[in-house]
Design a protein around this ligand. Structure first.
Ligand SMILES: [Zn+2]
Length: 143
């Protein structure tokens, strides 16, 4: 038996998409929603996979520290990074790929969730990034 729970975290961030070929190549921002799906087999004595407040603290803690009110830029976006570094103060998070919703979900699932869920007995099975009310990207762990 596998149990899955989800915690939704909202945050604001800026980005731009290189090679987009449209207006998303300009600096702009979104009110993002991140849905963290966490799966495991073991319930604690209370009947929980992981306490929702603990899951919130882990996910929101990371987002608050790294992405909320920051600009997410690709490490190949040299002039974007240089421009942002001239602004004081600034919050910059450099990613190994273009900061699309797809890649943001992938980064959270592959790089962030294993660290923030360490020791909980639960693992992230899916992350969804909503960029607008109408569009999201979803990445799932291999079964
Ligand atoms: Zn955008």
């Amino acid at each position: 038996m596998a149990l899955t729970i989800m915690r939704r975290i909202r945050f604001c961030a800026g980005h731009r998409l290189r090679m987009h070929g449209g207006r998303c190549e300009n600096f702009h921002g979104h009110n993002y929603v991140a849905d963290f799906y966490v799966t495991g087999e073991e319930q604690d004595a209370v009947g929980r996979l992981i306490d929702f407040s603990d899951l919130k603290a882990r996910c929101k803690g990371w987002l608050d520290e790294h992405w909320d009110h920051a600009f997410l830029l690709w490490d190949q976006d040299e002039n974007g990074i240089a421009a942002l570094r001239q602004v004081e103060p600034h919050r910059l998070f450099v990613m190994p790929y273009n900061p699309t919703a797809e890649n943001m979900a992938r980064y959270l699932l592959e790089e962030v969730c294993p660290k923030i869920l360490e020791g909980t007995g639960a693992r992230a099975s899916k992350v969804v990034i909503w960029e607008t009310d109408e569009s999201f990207a979803e990445v799932s762990a291999e079964p």
